[in-house]
Ligand binder design. Structure first.
Ligand SMILES: Cc1cc2nc3c(=O)[nH]c(=O)nc-3n(C[C@H](O)[C@H](O)[C@H](O)COP(=O)(O)OP(=O)(O)OC[C@H]3O[C@@H](n4cnc5c(N)ncnc54)[C@H](O)[C@@H]3O)c2cc1C
Length: 479
């Protein structure tokens, strides 16, 4: 049976179970699902189904299985690696599964459906003094299901960890159609940690339909500092110096000059336009500890900063600084019609080197590259500016991204810190892992999904993925 005839059968059968408004087959509407936040990768799904419960998802997956049609879960579609796309398969759109089933403060956890928007959960729990710690910059839109699938991070990852550190358990519909529970409120379970395995598997092992998340106590006090530098290298050296002296800031974020231009043009967040880089340093905890760390911070940064250290004096000032940081990528429209968000990691002590290399590689390809970094984690986000109408520029952006990522690997880093592999980077995975390691991963996928129906073409090398991005490029010679 071809995928197309299989798809027709899936649609016919699903139509018997779901209301008309829960199935999209009109090509114009399907277009809306043809990409996620990575607009360089597009593929048209065969249909979109919008379930309301775990049982609904079971029906969809069993039907897909019956007719060998692939399926892909989709949250808010803010992913940046082409993960929530499907080539002629079924998209399972989870936006109607957006209920918080339980908040359990005695056990410091909440049970939520996957379509709950990240910041909404913290909004609901904040009056009780709790929040969901993972805070991707996209948190006003992205879903907790998407966070689980991508093992999302964010500015506060440095102190609080990534999504997997905050997931206690989950329910998932497996590719076979079985409903399985992983982990639970008990926090500790023997054996291989399958909850952890599911987290970050990008929808390739099953569809997550309910999640038990950890709730973190909101600290007694939070103070946010702005450090201004006349050289990028001084900012990156400061990152190492702060951590070496034993301070673990809640957040330690870097923005370079080009990013500052975009943010200030759009938001006027208060980043000086003549700075080469700024660091946002957030300290939180008990008042006495934060006071001690704040004094130490001022001593450490002493002569490295080009202007006196600034501190947000009010909640509004703090929010404005964070708005500048979290909407920095969104401000790029001030500088360019499009940009390609890169996501790589280097060991922290290589931050200066990687930024130098990024500027050099950008020059080589004659592209402007603005930089945002979760600097404390060594997680870089070069934003490669390009004009989508210029084919040559699009190609150069893809090659530029590939070279930056390969340099991260040369420095002992990683291909992704938080955006996942998706359809974007699967052709690079074998540069990072040995065949033996990849075979283990493929073996796991096969046990969970022997028919390769769960989000095929994502993560694993050799699977059909992102054609436009599969241009392996050589690193340019030094200029
Ligand atoms: C401006 C901007 C800023 C961002 N900042 C950050 C950041 O700071 N940190 C960070 O980590 N990311 C960031 N991202 C990337 C993105 O927001 C995250 O990856 C987020 O977790 C994706 O959530 P989503 O609901 O949009 O998922 P989608 O994009 O819909 O899906 C992402 C992947 O998860 C799978 N998936 C979704 N739901 C499920 C489910 N229930 N079960 C199984 N698989 C599922 C999909 O198949 C896909 O592979 C940013 C994106 C943008 C556009």
């Amino acid at each position: 049976m071809t995928v197309n005839s299989g798809l027709d059968n899936v649609i016919k059968k699903i139509n018997r179970h779901f209301e008309h408004s829960s199935i999209i087959t009109n090509p114009v509407e399907l277009n809306l699902y043809s990409c996620d936040g990575l607009r360089l990768h597009t593929s048209q799904p065969g249909c979109v189904v919008i379930p309301e419960s775990t049982d609904d998802i079971q029906i969809i997956i069993k039907t897909c299985n019956e007719f060998s049609v692939p399926f892909t879960a989709r949250g808010a579609g803010t992913g940046l690696s082409g993960g929530a796309t499907s080539d002629a398969g079924v998209i399972i759109q989870l936006s109607r599964m957006n209920q918080i089933h339980e908040t359990d403060y005695a056990n410091r956890c909440a049970t939520v459906q996957p379509g709950v928007v990240n910041s909404y959960l913290s909004m609901i729990t904040r009056p009780e003094g709790y929040h969901f710690a993972p805070d991707p910059s996209s948190q006003i839109a992205c879903t907790i299901g998407g966070n689980v699938a991508e093992n999302a991070g964010g500015p506060h990852t440095l102190k609080y960890g990534v999504t997997t550190d905050h997931i206690l358990g989950m329910t998932a519909v497996m590719p076979s159609g079985d409903i399985i529970q992983f982990g639970g409120k008990e926090r500790y379970a023997p054996g291989v940690d399958l909850t952890c395995l599911m987290t970050g598997s990008e929808g390739t092992l099953g569809v997550v339909t309910e999640i038990i998340v950890n709730l973190e106590k909101i600290p007694e006090t939070t103070r946010t500092f702005l450090l201004i530098f006349d050289q990028v290298a001084k900012a990156t050296d400061t990152v190492s110096a702060i951590l070496e002296k034993g301070i673990v800031p809640a957040a330690l974020e870097m923005i370079d000059s080009l990013c500052i231009q975009a943010v200030e043009a759009k938001l006027k967040a208060g980043f000086p336009k003549n700075a080469q880089a700024v660091l946002l340093v957030e300290l939180d905890g008990s008042k006495s500890l934060v006071q001690k760390d704040a004094e130490l911070l001022k001593n450490i940064v002493g002569s490295l900063v080009s202007e006196p250290i600034q501190e947000a004096a009010t909640a509004e000032e703090r929010m404005l600084l964070w708005k500048g940081r979290k909407h920095a990528a969104g401000s790029m429209g001030q500088l360019s019609p499009a940009f390609y968000t890169n996501d790589g990691v280097v060991p922290r002590h290589r931050l200066t080197d990687i930024l130098n290399e990024i500027y050099r590689i950008g020059n080589y390809y004659q592209l402007r590259v603005a930089n945002l970094c979760h600097a404390g984690d060594g997680n870089i986000h070069p934003l490669i500016l390009y004009d989508p109408k210029q084919n040559d520029e699009v190609n150069r952006s893809v090659e530029c991204s590939s070279d930056i990522l390969k340099t991260c690997l040369d420095y002992g880093g990683s291909l992704t810190g938080e955006h996942g592999i998706g359809a974007e980077k699967n052709h690079l995975l074998s540069d990072m892992f040995s065949e033996y390691q990849l075979d283990i991963m493929r073996g796991i996928k096969e046990i969970f999904d022997p028919n390769n129906l769960a989000n095929p073409g994502k993560i694993f090398p050799g699977s059909s993925g992102c054609g436009e991005l599969r241009q392996l490029s050589r690193k340019p010679e030094p200029v």
